[in-house]
Design a protein around this ligand. Structure first.
Ligand SMILES: NC(=O)c1ccc[n+]([C@@H]2O[C@H](COP(=O)([O-])OP(=O)(O)OC[C@H]3O[C@@H](n4cnc5c(N)ncnc54)[C@H](O)[C@@H]3O)[C@@H](O)[C@H]2O)c1
Length: 369
């Protein structure tokens, strides 16, 4: 008999792709999602018809108990998602992410499942890994506020030499620099601690920057690419903090969805935290230019703000050796090859530009310097 999987937050950007991946691979799939306004303001996006949908909040114990009934596994994606917003809507983030996970785990005591996979985030690392001049591994790099105020964006060593970023592996200690990161780490630990105590298989996938069609275009707090796309679609230049040379790892949402299924199916993933990225580093301004080209507006050059956002890091891109080894994961989609369909999708659905709103919200609270 096929397994039944509960996907919390399964109506969201990643959740819909996870649900589709599960259905395509023969799983019975149930989604529990509160359909929060910030993500679903423009109406609920479609789930495959085979998916059983339940609207409800993960903090509501009765609802969660009902949703867990008959399930063999849980993929826990429900969360408030946004680094900048988490720095002032603190209660909201801690409540949905930490309390939500607590209620879900408690409900599992009465309805044990075999496996839980939780979505964690690259944000738990803070700055990624660096290498010093002598090739030594630097795990705890931080930028000083004075340096950022002076526009010196790159982390430096004691003598002021710029450090080289290298791919971040899971051995790098966490360094939490935002409330969002704190809640993602709490979710990750809570799931792994709980699962070990109750003899349940569990893994936490540390997702890097996920992109692809279906991300909430009206939500200015998530997704670099959708933010850029919604600016470009409205004839505006993408807004880029700092100087645009900061580097990130963009992983396609379908690769991420497959990684969740592989984590469900692989015993070797038990008890592990695993990076899910593309393994490649992209400069943010370069991404904005590639996307402007793909959207047919190459003249809309990035608007380099030359200011830093509180909680932002300079560089972080994934070492995906562990995902390759434990899950047999290999990214199939490259950013460069998927920008055209992404641009097409943005044109089709239309996009409201909330970028200036986001910047004002952060500036009013002194979170941009
Ligand atoms: N998108 C990324 O780049 C990225 C990167 C790292 C980690 N993640 C993690 O992946 C997961 C999914 O992210 P996403 O990009 O699909 O975000 P999303 O906002 O599109 O989806 C989240 C879903 O959770 C639902 N939700 C929120 N609060 C809820 C609650 N209290 N009860 C029930 N449902 C609730 C929302 O309605 C939404 O459908 C999150 O846990 C996020 O932290 C995402």
């Amino acid at each position: 008999m096929s397994q039944t999987v509960l996907v919390t937050g399964g109506s969201g950007f990643i959740g819909r792709h996870v649900a589709a991946e599960l259905v395509e691979n023969g799983y019975r799939t149930r989604v529990l999602d509160a359909l929060i306004d910030q993500v679903h303001g423009q109406g609920q996006a479609d789930l495959p018809p085979e998916v059983e949908f339940r609207q409800g909040d993960v903090r509501d114990a009765d609802t969660v108990r009902g949703a867990l009934r008959g399930c063999d596994a849980v993929i826990h994606l429900a969360a408030e998602v946004g680094v900048g917003q988490s720095m002032y809507e603190i209660t909201r983030y801690v409540s949905a992410n930490d309390l939500g996970t607590a209620v879900l785990l408690e409900a599992m005591i009465g309805a044990p499942v075999e496996t839980v996979i939780v979505a964690s985030s690259m944000s738990v690392y803070g700055e990624g890994l660096y290498q010093g001049g002598g090739g030594q591994r630097l795990e705890r790099v931080r930028r000083r506020p004075q340096a950022l105020r002076a526009g010196r964006w790159d982390p430096v060593d004691g003598e002021g030499h710029i450090l080289s970023p290298i791919a971040t592996d899971e051995e790098k200690p966490v360094d939490l620099a935002s409330i969002y990161a704190l809640t993602k780490y709490a979710q990750e630990r809570a799931v792994l601690i709980f699962a070990e105590a109750y003899g349940i298989r569990a893994s936490a996938l540390r997702l890097f920057n996920v992109f692809g069609t279906g991300q909430a275009l009206a939500n200015p707090y998530t997704g670099v690419l959708v933010n850029f796309a919604s600016r470009l679609a409205n004839g505006e230049r993408p807004m880029i903090f700092e100087d645009g040379r900061q580097r990130r790892d963009f992983v396609h949402v379908r690769d991420v969805a497959r990684a969740f299924r592989l984590a469900l199916e692989n015993n070797r993933a038990n008890g592990e935290v695993i990076n899910i990225g593309s393994g490649k580093a992209y400069a943010i301004a370069e991404i904005a230019r590639l996307l402007a080209d793909a959207m047919g507006v190459p003249h809309l050059e990035p608007d380099i703000v030359n200011k830093a956002r509180a909680g932002d890091i300079r560089n972080c891109f994934a070492d995906i050796s562990r995902a390759r080894d434990l899950l047999g994961f290999e990214p199939r989609y490259r950013l460069e090859d998927t920008l055209a369909p992404f641009a097409e999708w943005v044109r089709e659905v239309g996009a409201e530009d909330r970028g200036p709103d986001m910047r004002r919200q952060l500036e009013e609270r002194g979170l941009v310097s």
